[in-house]
Design a protein around this ligand. Structure first.
Ligand SMILES: *Cc1c(COP(=O)(O)O)cnc(C)c1O
Length: 360
């Protein structure tokens, strides 16, 4: 049986959280002389002088409704990066506990681990970017101090989804918390793991408003987990981690879910188009299948391609130094016109490369 108490650091379990002025009195009517705010308003045209709801109740109710989860199973963070950090701090004693990662994957897990002085155990994906199950089982057995296992599906930067059955096996065998990062789930053709929340108390699902919802600038991420774990995250987060402006404008935006559905469809359409266009580019050697809003593309020479594109003011991500991603660049699916510019530039570079190799 999974027990959260065994996973949490003892001082986190014992901690009594900061109670803010807005915790002690929750009404909105009254004369507020409790939080040392400016009673005259703000320096900006809109007033932001009052502290926001530390529990983001109105916004959370709407998000929980959209996502089909209970309010108590939802945590909102300053981007997904915040819950990633909070989960590490809640469970891993620096230089003692460990985190298992399956690279190539999202770089923030390792950075967050390093900031917290927590060692990582790396179990590479196979060359076709699947989970290496025997190696993972072995790592789990030989690293009893591992508290967290991060899985990203669809995975960044490889673009593929991990096998859901294998993910379930890992959740069922790993004694710590398994974190499933679903930043790109809206682009995938399989459902979210949030439907297993009641079944798996040791699973955390991360999603974000930064990608398909078009809100990267606002910094809003979601974590879904058992009510017990959500209570812990709420206890250790900075009290006002989501600004009032963010709460307000996102809640307004979420009246129009249709926008997001259409956005998914448009991006998927452009992804298909971009694959077709890239297939015609001579320096492109391989386009990996993608269930996300980006493509991992193996080119003739990644560094040169990246530099050339930057000269043309087209910025992609050079992933060629990442193990298993040699000579690969990661391209976000843009608008039709952006994608065309990209492909034109890559074709120009192909011609140059060809001419050079004929000359030499
Ligand atoms: C983009 C991305 C995120 C989003 O992070 P935010 O902090 O919410 O912007 C999370 N995980 C992965 C794998 C990503 O690629």
């Amino acid at each position: 049986m999974f027990s959260l108490e065994k996973i949490l650091r003892p001082h986190i379990l014992a901690l009594s959280p900061y109670t803010s002025a807005r915790d002690e009195y929750e009404g909105t009517e009254g004369i507020f002389l409790d939080a040392n705010e400016n009673p005259f308003g703000s320096i900006t045209s809109q007033n932001f002088n009052r502290y926001p709801d530390p529990h983001q109740i109105a916004l959370k109710k709407r998000v929980a409704e959209i996502k089909g989860v209970k309010l108590e199973q939802l945590f909102l963070g300053n981007g997904s990066d915040e819950p990633i950090d909070l989960l590490i701090r809640a469970t891993c004693t620096p230089r003692e506990d460990e985190i298992i990662l399956v690279p190539p994957t999202y770089g923030m897990y390792e950075v967050s681990a390093a900031i917290n002085d927590v060692p990582v155990v790396k179990v590479s994906l196979t060359p076709d970017f699947a989970l290496d199950m025997p190696a993972l089982q072995q790592a789990i057995t030989t690293h009893p101090k591992a508290k967290l296992l991060f899985l990203c599906s669809p995975n960044n930067p490889t673009g593929n989804a991990l096998d859901p059955e294998q993910m379930k096996t890992l959740i069922e065998t790993f004694p710590g918390l398994v974190i499933i990062d679903e930043a790109y789930i809206d682009f995938a053709d399989y459902p979210s793991f949030t439907s297993y929340l009641d079944k798996y108390p040791n699973m955390v699902v991360l999603q974000t408003f930064s990608k398909v919802w078009g809100l990267a600038n606002l910094r809003l991420g979601m974590a879904f987990a058992s009510p017990e774990l959500i209570r812990i995250l709420n206890k250790i987060k900075p009290p006002y981690n989501i600004s009032g402006l963010t709460q307000q404008v996102v809640l307004e935006g979420l009246q129009n879910i249709q926008w997001k559905e259409e956005s998914v469809q448009e991006i998927l359409k452009q992804r298909t188009e971009l694959v077709k266009l890239l297939e015609e580019v001579p320096i492109v050697e391989k386009i990996y299948p993608s269930e996300a809003n980006f493509l991992l593309v193996k080119v003739h020479q990644a560094k040169e391609t990246y530099d050339y594109l930057v000269e043309q003011k087209i910025i992609v991500r050079d992933r060629s130094k990442v193990k298993l991603c040699e000579n690969a660049i990661r391209i976000t699916v843009g608008t039709a016109s952006e994608n065309q510019h990209l492909v034109e530039a890559m074709k120009q570079l192909s011609v140059q490369t060809e001419t050079q190799s004929t000359v030499s």
